[in-house]
Design a binder for this molecule. Structure first.
Ligand SMILES: Cc1cc2nc3c(=O)[nH]c(=O)nc-3n(C[C@H](O)[C@H](O)[C@H](O)COP(=O)(O)OP(=O)(O)OC[C@H]3O[C@@H](n4cnc5c(N)ncnc54)[C@H](O)[C@@H]3O)c2cc1C
Length: 219
């Protein structure tokens, strides 16, 4: 869920359907919460009380509650991941793809590559940084390194320019809502209304430019 779910702060909310339960959560940048003076549980309560979400959980009971920091700094925030006798994997190595909300698969792959490197080091009887560097090379060659590199500027970009989450996503939500609501008006009329909602010609050019910049940091 994008937009209102995070009150315009960079991030998303989610609702996963499990066999016997639903998992509901909201994730934003810590800096966004501080800036907007919102506590994490207040944002979660806001999502839970949203008219689109409430029916799914009404009458339900919380069976588990969790708050966790996710290191979303990405490629540019990665610490040194290899040293003499030490390898760093998963969240500790900042291996999180914030754009796709992935961390478990990166953590598991880094764990496997670290284990393979340790076996190799054991074979040659050398646990120095020089030998263990094999892990860093394999990690950066794998989808983990490739994906982190692909989105290396994305989080910073969306954090720096708040209009994406504050303005464009709500605008997009309104546009979809209008287009998908059957109310007797033609799609032409709806399209005109959506274009009007986007503002003056200058504002439309700015939106187009911002979308181009977003596309650049995502590809
Ligand atoms: C709300 C939320 C939703 C998420 N959704 C997704 C998703 O949909 N898809 C996805 O791919 N990823 C998701 N992630 C990210 C994913 O959970 C993490 O990236 C992943 O679990 C990292 O694995 P890890 O093994 O590195 O760290 P962790 O899973 O955090 O494991 C670290 C373990 O170390 C233990 N530990 C800590 N300190 C000590 C200590 N001193 N001694 C012993 N043990 C210690 C902790 O208790 C913990 O069990 C989500 C994360 C959160 C918080």
């Amino acid at each position: 869920m994008n937009g209102d779910a995070t009150k315009g702060i960079l991030g998303t909310a989610f609702l996963y359907t499990n066999k016997d339960t639903v998992s509901i959560g909201v994730g934003t940048l810590l800096s966004g919460l501080i800036k907007h003076k919102i506590r994490p549980y207040e944002l979660l309560e806001y999502v839970k009380n949203h008219s689109m979400v409430r029916p799914y959980i009404q009458g339900g009971e919380p069976v588990e509650y969790l708050a966790h920091l996710i290191p979303e700094g990405g490629y540019r925030s990665m610490p040194k991941i290899v040293g003499n006798g030490v390898l760093v994997v998963g969240d500790a190595a900042q291996l999180v793809n914030a754009i796709h909300r992935e961390g478990s698969n990166l953590a598991m792959t880094s764990g496997r590559l670290a284990a393979e490197t340790i076996l190799l080091a054991r074979e040659v009887g050398d646990f120095s940084e020089n030998t263990l560097d094999h892990y860093r090379v394999k990690l950066m060659e794998s989808f983990v390194g490739q994906d982190l590199k692909k989105y290396k500027d994305a989080t910073h970009h969306f954090d720096k320019f708040p209009q994406y989450f504050e303005t464009y996503i709500p605008m997009m939500n309104r546009a979809f809502s209008q287009m998908l609501t059957v109310d007797g008006s033609s799609k032409w009329e709806k399209q005109k209304k959506i274009l009007r909602d986007m503002g003056s010609f200058g504002e439309k050019v700015k939106i187009a430019w911002d979308l181009f910049r977003a596309w650049k940091v995502m590809t």
